[in-house]
Write a protein that binds this ligand. Sequence first.
Ligand code: PGA
Length: 398
Amino acid sequence: MNLTFRQLETFQVVARHLSFTRAAQELFLTQPAVSIQIKQLEEQLGLPLFDHIGKRIYLTQAGQELYAYNRKILDLLKEMEMVMGELKGLKRGRLALSGVTTTEYLLPSLLGIFRQIYPDIQVSLEVTNRAHVLQRFANNEIDLAVMGQPPEELNLTGEPFLPNQLLLVASPSHPLAREKKIPLSRLASETFLVREPGSGTRMALEKLFKEAGLSLRIGLELGSNEAIKQAIQAGLGLGVLSVYALSLELTGGKLVALNAEGFPLQRYWYLVYLAEKRLSPAARAFKEFLQTQAARELLQSRAGLYRAYLETRSVKKSLPLSRREQEVVQGIAEGYTEREIAERLRISPKTVTTYRARVMKKLHLSHRSQLVQYALRTGLLIPSWFPTVPESPEFSRG
Ligand code: PGA
């Protein structure tokens, strides 16, 4: 047999899409070029790989067997390339990254900086919904993904790197916009505009209602955050969206966040990968990059708009803490060390320790993670980068 890698690669893409046209698009080839490769492969193997029925194609049994072996061969090849790259000490190669829909407000700008640092890493980013990202992992088609909490079923490792709050929003003219402490039961009679099934945002909202024994009244199902925001502004109902999708609308006064029980819903952005897969140098570079000062600053600037918005709501004024104490809590919750906080506030590290102890006593807290939870609950910690996730029973899988 005289198989070529090119034929095997082409076969894999055709088999994945079950379409010559889509495979040709992905491979930047013409459709006849794809057909020739498959024909040659079938001749080499002496077996047909696809059945053509009407306009559709299906894998024959030989096709299915080849698909399984081929995947192992291609994975091994990739691993070999990776090891060779590592031996050369080069940060180069390809990074196949997927992000759930809402990461469109984060990932493009992060990748902009990443590409400046690693110009030799070719990045492909696919923005799609949660269900599809999980499918890509199940097929071992991506290196990394950014998504909400990963499910336990797949053997995935998820590292939280950024808090993400989901806000309940309405148009400023909505009757609930002026109300305070709206009970969750009151929301059961409202119409909601929700994302498509498979969206993590929708799942989190459904979970909240289900756990409260309430049913969710869905007015419209829309496949994008932008469409949902437009529909809310048009007065078609309420919606739940990530704070990262809302910064402009909130600061511009086009939408308002409602003061309702259970909101904001606390989620996190996770960097996710297959637990058993060896990360490529490119994937490792991205993982390390998320911890760098450059990435951290960018994420903080994204959160800045929300910070400004919350300040206008004077959340902080209602807290039983002095301004200095609030600043210390915020610093701790953001993951800064006491020394860094001291430098930022121009006070001594000892004073920071004193403030922290005083706050813990005042709030009857015994653990740093409780302080982080407090900061999140009260809005003192506005979504911004911080390195660890609070260990808390409230931190549930979703
Ligand atoms: P989504 O996911 O963009 O698919 O709704 C967001 C999330 O998981 O938090």
